[in-house]
Design a protein around this ligand. Sequence first.
Ligand code: PMV
Length: 310
Amino acid sequence: MEAVGLGKATGKIILMGEHSVVYGEPAIAMPFLATHIQTRITDGPENSLDSIYFSGKLADVPAPLKNIQALITALQEKFQQQAGIHLEITSTIPAERGMGSSAATAVAITRGYFDYQKTDLSDQELLDFVNLSEKIAHGNPSGIDAAATSGPNPLYFIKGQELSSFPMNVDAYLVVADTGIKGKTRGAVADVAKQYQENPAVPELIHILGQLAKDAKQAIISNQPALLGSMMTKAHRNLKALGVSNDALDLLTDTAIANNALGAKLTGGGRGGCLIALAEDLATAKQIAAAQEKAGAKQTWIQGLGVYQK
Ligand code: PMV
């Protein structure tokens, strides 16, 4: 009988703390269940891949998919597998929008491969394999994407410290809107670093962003959506002052607020990518999403945020 392995992972969203996290302040990331990825691994005459970006021999993948090639090689080495495999990837996580698509791909492949080998996979083993893949994709991954795309809970993250998770408990809905513009994390991070040296106002802005992430965690734990929303909007203003927003993100923020959002902010590296808005109920979330699509958002998603969902 043919061996089959299946794996899954979700997208991720940074709720608070992007950019300031680089300077040792805390950040909050969460799994974004509205986007997901699935893998299916079967026996193959040689290693091959079927995905929307590439279909063919794994040996011939283009440069942006070299991380997948290296991950499969490492997995096969661990299991001393000589024979080939065929890997199918189906994903609704948009690439290069700050949703952790590369980490989620590695999570789903590793899970799929262990399932194919009918072997249990520990959390640590999963993170080690994903980290190997992320190093090739991004150079110096913090590990937050790997954790946020593989688990069910929000994560509180401080650079150099152990990740901790806490339960999502907010009676509200998150609307995510894609500007349709690729995120420009690398350039934005470099520009903030330059300003950090040159502009005396910047360290204070970074510190305020960190404080907002700390306060946001408390607002989430104590189910205070209005407070969380106001912190999100404050964070957006500070990120804009740091120069990491753009016209599309500002327009979508204003559109969300004009349509009764409790708050809105860019998420991830900025200058493109996605915007998040908080809505008090599903009807308002749908209204915000519709208004954002009218204002130019390429795609929108809605996710409930907790156990007390209306
Ligand atoms: O765009 P994303 O989701 O990869 O997030 C980048 C987050 C930053 O804080 C801007 C950079 C970083 O390495 O933490």
